[in-house]
Design a protein around this ligand. Structure first.
Ligand code: NAD
Ligand code: IPM
Ligand code: MN
Length: 360
């Protein structure tokens, strides 16, 4: 029997509600595929600040580092927005990604046909959409130095620095080409090379790495155009590779192609231990109401089986189960359309878990 140790970091807002559903589904998968999964829960974000005074306690770091993979809900919320910047909940997430060296963030935006009416876009625009956003996660403007708010003469100046070393671009480009090889064999590298020198280097390095992947088509696009093209004709994209901040923004846009932000999972890879989390936040506006969509988190857990445990058959089974529950007409509020059956977060989790046990 395969034994798996998962660190579970529910975090804030809807985090605990959605993570609970993912665990139900993982347990169902364990039963079906004969796995033994043990979970260790730890504090992160605002929940950790409230208990310990810091967003990323040492105990959490230890639990994470002794696990095989990490499942995270979300962090942050208005309660902690006015704290000193260095101890805000969001810093924990950045620290966690750095600690794990997960520099490649895969964010698949795939439309389930069943949700064609849930998107705000026309059916013919989105039918068949299947995009993989490969977001660089551990460098760029999120981490570049100098950063901070400084006094500059008689006023203050806020500084962040967009910075990429060649090897950081090279390794993310390689991930993108490898992923593309297993999919539609097309990479669009998104940058702002008409204005930002850091992305002139980005483009050059992507071109260089491409020489090792000539079976994969490569094109370049400026980020402003890309934001427009994603909405105009998303089916032109297969793999999008881009910087940390551009990837953050464009992946939220891609989520709406699939019906809701609550549908988009992610896998962060590149280190020894993978990190799996939905791309959305803690959704304070709906927290505690049992109405959040748990599918992004459930599908993030599904990605864990492929990327951390080399068991794509488990991801496939979970994906099938999600599809089947959607096909039966069950919807959380965010993806609801007329004639469907409205269900809660818990009910959606139960339905998918049941389906994982039985679906072949
Ligand atoms: P958000 O992603 O939390 O919410 C944006 C909108 O999408 C909200 O209307 C929310 O209700 C909705 N939404 C998000 N997830 C949903 C789901 N699963 N089901 C149904 N609806 C869903 O973004 P925000 O409001 O800008 O940020 C809220 C907090 O979350 C902030 O503190 C922010 O820093 C944090 N945040 C954390 C993460 C993370 O932990 N990975 C990501 C983004 C934002
Ligand atoms: C995400 C979030 C995070 C990011 C924040 C909360 C640090 O928006 O995971 O997309 O910007 O990476
Ligand atoms: Mn984001």
């Amino acid at each position: 029997m395969k034994r798996i140790k998962v660190a579970v970091l529910p975090g804030d807002g809807i985090g605990p509600e959605i993570v609970r559903q993912a665990i139900k589904v993982m347990d169902a998968a364990a039963e079906r595929f004969g796995l033994e999964i043990t979970y260790k829960e730890a504090l992160i974000g605002g929940a950790a600040i409230d208990e310990t005074g810091v967003p990323f306690p040492d105990e959490t770091k230890e639990i994470v580092l002794s696990s095989d993979a990490v499942l995270l809900g979300a962090v942050g919320g208005p309660k902690w927005d006015n704290l000193e910047f260095s101890i805000r909940p969001e810093r924990a997430l950045l620290g966690l990604r750095k600690l794990l060296n997960t520099f490649a963030n895969l964010r698949p935006a795939k439309l389930y046909d069943e949700l064609i009416d849930a998107s705000s876009l026309k059916p013919e625009i989105i039918k068949g959409v299947d995009i993989m956003v490969v977001r660089e996660l551990n460098s760029g403007i999120y981490f570049g130095i100098p950063k901070g708010i400084f006094v500059d003469g008689d006023e203050r100046v806020g500084i962040n620095t967009l910075r990429y070393k060649e090897h950081e671009v090279e390794r993310i480009a390689r991930v993108a080409f490898e992923v593309a090889r297993k999919r539609g064999k097309k990479v669009t590298s998104v940058d702002k090379a008409n204005v930002l020198e850091a992305t002139v280097l980005w483009r050059e390095v992507v071109e260089r790495v491409h020489k090792e992947y000539e079976d994969v088509e490569l094109n370049h696009m400026y980020v402003d155009n890309a934001a427009m093209q994603i909405i105009r004709w998303p089916k032109q994209f297969d793999v999008i590779v881009t910087t940390n901040m551009f990837g953050d923004i464009l992946s939220d846009a891609c989520a709406m192609l699939t019906g809701s932000l609550g549908m988009l999972p992610s896998a962060s890879i590149g280190g020894k231990i993978g990190l799996y989390e939905p791309i959305h936040g803690s959704a304070p506006d709906i927290a505690g109401q049992n109405i959040a969509n748990p599918i992004a988190t459930i599908n993030s857990a599904a990605m864990m089986f492929t990327y951390s445990f080399d068991m794509p058959e488990v991801e496939e089974a979970i994906d099938k189960a999600v599809r089947s529950v959607l096909a039966k007409g069950y919807r959380t509020k965010d993806i609801y359309s007329e004639g469907c059956k409205l269900v809660s977060t818990e009910e959606m989790g139960d339905l998918i878990a049941e389906e994982v046990k039985i679906a072949k």
